[in-house]
Design a protein around this ligand. Structure first.
Ligand code: FDA
Length: 298
């Protein structure tokens, strides 16, 4: 980490919670499900799809996992009741991945089954590299039984090409993103050029395959490359969509929508917003830089 980023990250815990909240409010729908629902309604009015995420990860007891499972079920039912165009994004460590594999699998299966009944989709986020193997195993097992489940793949991981190739026979739904966690150089590309190079390479593989590809980035270089490949392979929108995080580069999102493409916005909500924001800032000092920029340019 460069010294400036290190300084920023070390200073963050002393920034008043109120300031962090002000900053985070752009990126997080709010604490309650109603907050997420009203954000999704507005997005749908702008012809944007959504994926709702309940903040939280790395739970340490089965009761916390069941609580998260019940909240996710409520989210799915509420999406249906309000006739919203939104799916669900989940983190497996919130549903017990670090407690017990089978327990986690059955929790996720319950959600995917409910989503299937409600004509909806569950997207599995990819967390740090200690969870990659188990996450992909759960995904493969589920995908062999259900067609309404997707998984994220991180372009910074050197293993991702071979992971994608092992998933392709299942006609997967894959969200390609750069990756947000701090990983060692032995397993991950660290430099932006290398990550972008791998992202383009993986995107090229995905867009030529039977996968449904979710292109999750705010990086114009990568979005331009996606446009190029979409035109080259003459792809229709049943093969891909773009995805962005709530509050990040909305003008670029508007352009994607006005170009006639599908765009899905990741909408996180929940009580754990402070811990979530701080973790993300620590994990990605570049984001911490945005906090400082927003504090000093207000
Ligand atoms: P990059 O970080 O280079 O950003 C490009 C530009 O976008 C920046 O120059 C800046 O202008 C702007 N920008 C990016 N992030 C910003 C922010 N927070 N605030 C303000 N401006 C910002 N990761 C993961 O490990 N597992 C996962 O499951 C997911 N899931 C996921 C879903 C969706 C829908 C998205 C969009 C992203 C993820 N990610 C993720 C996060 C992803 O891996 C990555 O860390 C971020 O998207 C930032 O990378 P970019 O590709 O946007 O490029």
């Amino acid at each position: 980490m460069n010294p400036l980023n290190e300084l920023i990250v070390r200073t963050l815990p002393f920034v008043p919670k109120k300031v962090i909240r002000h900053f985070a409010s752009r990126y997080i729908a709010g604490e309650k499900l109603e907050d997420a629902i009203s954000v999704v309604k507005k997005l749908n009015e702008q012809k944007k799809l959504a994926t709702i995420d309940v903040l939280g990860e790395n739970i340490t007891s089965e009761s916390e996992a069941i609580e998260a499972l019940n909240t996710y079920k409520l989210v799915l039912n509420t999406i249906k009741e309000n006739n919203l165009n939104s799916d669900l994004s989940i983190k497996l460590t919130q549903l017990g991945l670090k407690l017990d594999y089978d327990f986690c699998y059955s929790n996720v299966e319950e959600l995917v089954k409910l989503a299937k009944q409600l004509n909806n989709i569950v997207e599995i986020d990819m967390e740090d590299s200690s969870t990659t193997e188990a996450t992909l195993k759960i995904y493969k097992e589920l995908r062999s039984k259900y067609d309404n489940v997707g998984v994220a793949i991180q372009a910074y991981l050197k293993r991702s090409e071979s992971d994608i190739k092992s998933l392709l026979p299942l006609k997967p739904r894959i969200r390609l993103c750069k990756g947000i966690y701090i990983e060692p150089e032995t397993i991950a590309f660290k430099r932006k050029e290398l990550i972008n190079h791998n992202f383009k390479h993986l995107l090229n593989i995905l867009l030529q395959s039977d996968a449904y590809t979710c292109i999750a980035t705010h990086d114009e270089e990568l979005i331009n490359e996606a446009y190029r490949l979409i035109a080259e392979y003459n792809l229709t929108d049943d093969k891909f969509e773009f995805q962005m995080l709530l509050g990040v580069r909305p003008e670029l999102g508007n352009r994607i929508v006005s170009d006639g493409h599908k765009l899905r916005i990741y909408v996180p909500f929940g009580e754990h917003w402070y811990a979530y924001s701080m973790r993300r800032f620590r994990e990605n000092p570049q984001i911490a830089g945005y906090v400082f920029k927003s504090i000093f340019t207000r």
